[in-house]
Design a protein around this ligand. Sequence first.
Ligand SMILES: C[S@@+](CC[C@H](N)C(=O)[O-])C[C@H]1O[C@@H](n2cnc3c(N)ncnc32)[C@H](O)[C@@H]1O
Length: 244
Amino acid sequence: MKQIQKILISRTKKYYVRDIEADFHTELGFIRKEDLKNSKPGDILETNKKNRLYCFDPSFIDQYQKIRRGAQIISRKDLGIIIAETGISKKSIVLDSGAGSGAATCFYANLCKKVYSYELREDYYKLVKKNIEFLGQKNVSLKNKDIYQGISEKNLDMISLDLPEPWKVIPHAAKALKPGGFLVSYSPCIPQVIDFVNALTKEFIHLKTDEIIDRQWEIAERKVRPKTRQIGHTGFLSFARKIM
Ligand SMILES: C[S@@+](CC[C@H](N)C(=O)[O-])C[C@H]1O[C@@H](n2cnc3c(N)ncnc32)[C@H](O)[C@@H]1O
C-alpha cells in the first residue's frame, strides 16, 4: 500500500495523492504531475478546468483515515475518551487486543512510547502488520497470539481490550499492569459489560462505564440543526484501575 504524498483540498472535498509521478484526476479536472512534484504546503494548484485545490503534506490523521479495515474498528470518538481518561502519553507502554484492523493499535502508537498488540486471527494479524508499515510506525510489537492464554509483558501503563470475552483477560491483566495502570474494555453490548465488571478481581477498582454520543450538526448559513444521518451506537467503555 503506497503512502500518501500530498493532500489536496477543495472547499468541500479532500483528495489523497499517492503518486506524484502521474497527473492527478478529480471531478474538478486534473492537476499536472509537474505541478504536484513542485508543490509546497500552502500552494494553490489549479486544475485544467481552472478549479483551485489547496495543497499540504499529509498529517498522521490523513494517513490514518486510509488504513485498511477488516474487523470492526474502535471509532475515534471512543479512542478519544480512552486517551483522556487514562492520560496515556509519550512515556506510556500499552497493550491492545484484539488488534482487529489495527485502528486502536495504530492510534496508540502515534501517542505512546511502545505498543504491544495481540491478534488471534492470522489474516487480521497480517492486515494490522500492513497498516503499521503503511503508517511507518516502529514502536509496535505485534503478536499473532491468544491473549486469553496470558500476557508476556509486565509493568504496563494501560491494557485496552476489544474482545468477545474480555473478562478472561482480567487475571492476566492483574499481573501485567503496573499499580495504578488502567484496564479498559470496549464492548458493543451490555451483557459483555456486566460480565466484565462483575469479574473484576480485588486488584482492580471499577472507575466507570461510559457511552460516548457524538451528535454532529449541519451548519449552512441559517440552516443550523443536527445532521439527519448520525452515527448511532458504537460501544460501551468500562474503565478499571489496578490498585494493588
Ligand atoms: C472487533 S475486533 C477489534 C478491532 C480493533 N479494536 C480495531 O480498532 O481495529 C476484535 C478482534 O479480536 C480478535 N480476537 C478475538 N479473540 C481473541 C483472543 N483471544 N486473543 C487475541 N485476539 C482475539 C478477533 O480476531 C478480532 O480481530
